[in-house]
Ligand binder design. Structure first.
Ligand SMILES: Cc1ncc(C[n+]2csc(CCOP(=O)(O)OP(=O)(O)O)c2C)c(N)n1
Ligand SMILES: [Mg+2]
Length: 374
């Protein structure tokens, strides 16, 4: 008996979509010998700078200069590789944990922290630097990236979008919708999942039953790639290839980088409540900077001068960040109502008038008290 007519037209998979069983690694393998020395050194400088940025920003939370900081210590290789895999004309779509990727892409370190400081909207002009606002609602940056990439393609612009998301973010509806649209439209977009083991206190095993997060790509019809997220040249290589493929019309790729969040979720979290010190120590032994130092040393590239210049450069960046973050910005409270709508609604106008009146009343009562001071 003949089978039923096909109700759909399955696409023939031109390339294997399934990820490899083991994460792709370069450092410590023969492939590392082929790596360009200049690229290795560039990655290393950015990793050291990134680690210093993370410790400085965390210190600023303790000094009351930052409301909150989600550190990416341990994940610097993903952050740096994401920034370096893109061309200037491309777009980066970061989450709240990806300030470092934005800085490695060239964003002013202070502007990158503005949102987390709570003093002004995004802090930078996304169009000028081609970095979308840091996104706190999980995975919402993904459909934005797909929309931008698809629109660019329709217009004939040579633009690739790279969107970052966490392991927890892959459980969101926006993740599904973004990947589905991206594959159906063959949009020039790359998704990088930083699987750092946890969504706050929720471990990956409670997040998904998939063999790996990269496997999720297959259901959408795009290749899934699994990479060691602490191996900077490996992440850089996989992302560069995915970006090239997207640029040439080959469609989207889902990359899962296996890494670890060494610090707590943010400065407001106590990670000792849900994981052991042994686990953290085991990951410290696979530190992205230490892995690179081993490679640079083996190739005779980590000279004293280069190491000192790298350290000094990072310290200079941290000192500048510290100094500028300790300056109180001049804020206009009315900015609360700016950039919400092109034209203010009646409610916003009323609220703005009310705030102005309250501030004026406060200033009037404060003034005599101030004059009375010696
Ligand atoms: C839509 C939405 N739901 C819940 C939250 C609260 N939340 C903030 S961070 C987080 C965990 C996210 O984990 P993951 O995606 O793995 O990223 P990571 O923080 O590990 O980088 C949650 C649930 C949120 N920000 N947005
Ligand atoms: Mg996570």
């Amino acid at each position: 008996m003949p089978g039923p007519p096909p109700a759909w037209h399955p696409r023939v998979d031109p390339a294997p979509l399934l990820p490899d069983a083991e994460p792709h690694r370069v450092l410590g393998t023969d492939a590392a010998l082929q790596l360009d020395a200049a690229l290795l050194k560039r990655l290393y400088v950015q990793l050291v700078r990134g680690r210093r940025y993370n410790t400085q920003a965390t210190a600023l939370t303790r000094q009351g200069r930052l409301a909150v900081y989600p550190s990416s210590t341990g994940q610097e290789a993903c952050q740096v590789a994401a920034a370096l895999a893109l061309q200037e004309r491309d777009w980066l779509f970061p989450s709240y944990r990806d300030t470092l990727a934005a800085v490695a892409r060239g964003l002013d370190p202070v502007e990158a922290l503005t949102l987390l400081r709570g003093d002004w909207h995004t802090g930078y002009d996304p169009r000028a630097c081609r970095i979308a606002p840091l996104c706190t609602p999980l995975a919402t940056q993904l459909p934005h990236a797909v929309g931008l990439a698809h629109a660019a393609r329709l217009r004939g612009d040579d633009v690739v979008a790279l969107a970052l998301v966490g392991d927890g973010g892959t459980s969101e509806g926006d993740f599904h919708e973004a990947l589905n649209f991206a594959a159906v439209w063959q949009a020039p977009v790359v998704f990088l999942v930083q699987n750092n083991g946890f969504a706050i206190s929720v471990p990956l095993a409670k997040q998904t039953a998939a063999p790996s997060l990269a496997h999720k790509a297959v259901g959408y019809g795009m290749p899934g790639r699994l990479v060691d997220g602490n191996d900077a040249p490996a992440v850089h290589g996989v992302l560069t290839e995915a970006v090239r493929r997207a640029r040439e019309g080959g469609g989207p790729t889902l990359v899962e980088a296996v890494t670890y969040r060494v610090d707590a979720h943010t400065n407001a979290d106590d990670a000792t409540r849900y994981r052991t010190a042994d686990e953290v120590e085991a990951w410290r032994a696979h530190d992205p900077i230490a892995l690179m130092e081993r490679e640079l040393t083996a190739r005779g590239l980590l000279t004293d001068d280069f190491a000192a210049a790298t350290r000094d450069g990072a310290e200079e960046m941290a000192a500048d960040l510290r100094e500028r973050m300790h300056q109180d910005p001049a804020l206009d409270p009315d900015d609360l109502f700016t950039h919400v709508y092109a034209e203010r609604t009646t409610q916003l106008r009323q609220q703005s008038d009310q705030l102005r009146a309250e501030l004026a009343a406060e200033a009037a009562t404060d003034e005599p008290a101030q004059e009375a001071r010696p």
